[in-house]
Design a protein around this ligand. Structure first.
Ligand SMILES: C[C@](O)(CO)[C@H](O)COP(=O)(O)OP(=O)(O)OC[C@H]1O[C@@H](n2ccc(N)nc2=O)[C@H](O)[C@@H]1O
Ligand SMILES: Nc1ncnc2c1ncn2[C@@H]1O[C@H](COP(=O)(O)OP(=O)(O)OP(=O)(O)O)[C@@H](O)[C@H]1O
Length: 305
């Protein structure tokens, strides 16, 4: 028996960040949009917990119990008093440490895959609670679509989207650590009053209408100055995308992946070509949004030999 789950990456179309809380986290108004770049997580019964990973960034993925997919399997097994004896294979297409919630996607994917494999029948509420324990972005990886996340970003409200949005993503030569970017945000914010984070009504209306021009006018990312401070070369990538005619250019979440909103598939191809030619990034991908959340794509008995 094996189960495969497909899980999307995300881009944050608004990331409003409040002051650091006593627990070190920051309150957010985090508008997530799931995009059509995916990891696939396959689980198969095994003698002990084991992780393998394939894909261009596989070398950077931890294969021990710190992997979010392993932590998800362990969390569910502990709740049911069973052993997490499963082989987890990750086919990784989401950039690692790119600000697109790749590790979170694998956590949500492994959780849904193990629940299906083990027949543990967790409710949606229990799955979401386990996701929130694993990381702030993990609940969104499970639900996908578009959502507003408050608190650490883990308390979600689904959002309406009125159409398909076209995106181009430029992956950088190196990663950025999410905690380091939040620390840089705190450093840059020192001595300033930080307003309570709030979702922008213009942005929610633009999503609901499916209007790319209105969305482009409303996107914002409070972590962008911190990401650019740690990785100044990203300004060149943003400038290259803007010069190619992107409607909006922004850092995705904590970066360093940069995201370009474009009007249609033709503009996506043109912007992607210009970014590739600019020599300011490692790889370039196009994708549409919103994409569905974690989905079981394969659930079958192991082939008989
Ligand atoms: C930047 C985003 O990707 C935007 O969606 C998320 O806020 C980060 O989500 P994530 O990677 O799932 O983050 P977590 O694993 O929960 O936390 C990693 C670290 O990021 C910082 N962190 C994260 C979320 C948050 N609301 N405030 C924070 O300050 C903390 O230093 C934390 O120790
Ligand atoms: N399944 C996983 N895939 C990738 N990285 C993982 C995984 N599990 C744990 N990690 C660790 O998490 C770190 C961040 O990886 P990840 O790809 O999730 O970053 P990210 O996309 O920037 O995250 P986010 O957008 O949620 O802030 C990696 O450097 C790695 O050490």
């Amino acid at each position: 028996m094996s189960v495969t789950v497909r899980v999307p990456a995300k881009v944050n179309v608004q990331l409003a960040v409040g002051a650091a809380r006593p627990d070190g986290f920051h309150d957010l108004a985090n508008v997530f949009l799931a995009v059509g770049l995916h990891d696939e997580v396959t689980v198969t019964p095994a003698d002990e917990l084991r992780i393998t990973c394939e894909g261009p960034d596989a070398g950077q993925v931890p294969l021990d119990r710190t992997n979010l997919a392993a932590r998800a399997a362990i969390a569910l097994a502990e709740r049911r008093g069973i052993e997490p004896n499963v082989h987890i294979h990750i086919a990784k297409d989401i950039p690692v440490a790119g600000g697109m919630a790749g590790g979170s996607a694998d956590g949500a994917g492994a959780l849904l895959a193990c629940d299906t494999l083990w027949g543990t029948a967790a409710s949606r509420a229990e799955l979401l609670a386990i996701c929130a324990e694993l990381g702030s972005d993990v609940p969104f990886s499970l639900v996908g679509g578009a959502a507003l996340g408050v608190g650490r970003g883990e308390r979600l409200t689904a959002l309406e989207t009125g159409g398909t949005f076209h995106w181009v993503f430029a992956m950088a030569e190196r990663g950025l650590s999410t905690p380091a970017v939040f620390r840089e945000f705190d450093r840059l914010a020192e001595g300033r009053d930080i307003p309570e984070p709030a979702a922008s009504q213009e942005l929610l209306d633009a999503l609901a209408k499916g209007d790319p021009d209105a969305l482009a006018a409303a996107v914002s990312n409070d972590l962008q100055p911190a990401a650019l401070s740690l990785f100044p070369e990203l300004s060149d990538t943003l400038a290259a995308g803007r010069a190619a005619g992107a409607l909006a250019a922004l850092v995705s979440g904590s970066g360093p992946t940069t995201a370009f909103l474009v009007r249609d598939p033709e503009s996506a191809a043109k912007t992607a070509d210009a970014l590739r030619a600019s020599g300011t990034c490692r790889t370039v991908r196009t994708a549409t949004a919103p994409a569905p959340g974690a989905t079981v794509t394969h659930h079958a008995p192991r082939a008989e030999w």
